[in-house]
Write a protein of this length. Sequence first.
Lengths: 130, 148
Amino acid sequence: METNSRSQASLKLLIVDDSNIIRRRIERSQQIARLEVVGSAGNGREAIDLFRRTQPDVVTMDLTMPEMDGIACVEQLVAINPKVLILVVSALADKATAVEAIEKGANGFLCKPFTDRQLNDALEELLTET
Amino acid sequence: MLKEAEIRTFIDGATNYFETSVQQAASVGSPYLVIDGKPGSYEYTGIINISGARKGVVYFTARRAMLMVMLMRMHETDSSEETIKDLVGEVANTISGNARRDFGKNFLISVPTVIANEPDKVTAPHSRSYVIPINWRTHSAKLVVCLE
């Protein structure tokens, strides 16, 4: 019997990026059946509010955002739920930034710009390796 | 003053953006130096302020028609004014952020500021800017790098 992919979803995904285009792109392009998008936020403060309300298992996190940047947000999300899986999706391509994000609690790093395949591979890797 | 290798960083960033995000290569013309403080702009401009180890701006500027086609190539169905502004800012942000691979962590980038339909309001902070012409399909755009 066929089932709707949403009914198979077992992990909740929150998308955080100040670009609406990128938020919609991630939502549209992610094809991992067990991930269900539960919300999207345009800055770190919104993300924390949505995180508390929706309790996602997985977060994609931009770094350069107004009000509260992604590194500060990662720290706060991990303090709320140390088990959350965070994939940083950022244009900041220097190694030091990726290391800092991982040290603050992120689990993976995907550099913008990205293809649909790169996004799905990064999410798969995040779910597999952690 | 930018070194040749530093200009190459921005050329590579622009090339990579088009190849990856819209999956269609752009050709980049020869960069040229503008010394009158007026590198020029089109209808929509996404501006990133640079601080830290370097100071100045990086901006990407394009016409509406080009940005509309880019949105279509990205399978984005919303072509509202807000989305076009979002795109031009995101292109500038992505190319500037990618430059940190070579410029390092102290190349600090702001969130994008977008100027729409007021090209005269787009100004460079210093007299000398490098203009990187970008040709994509039938469209022309510019990446302007103005750093101390």
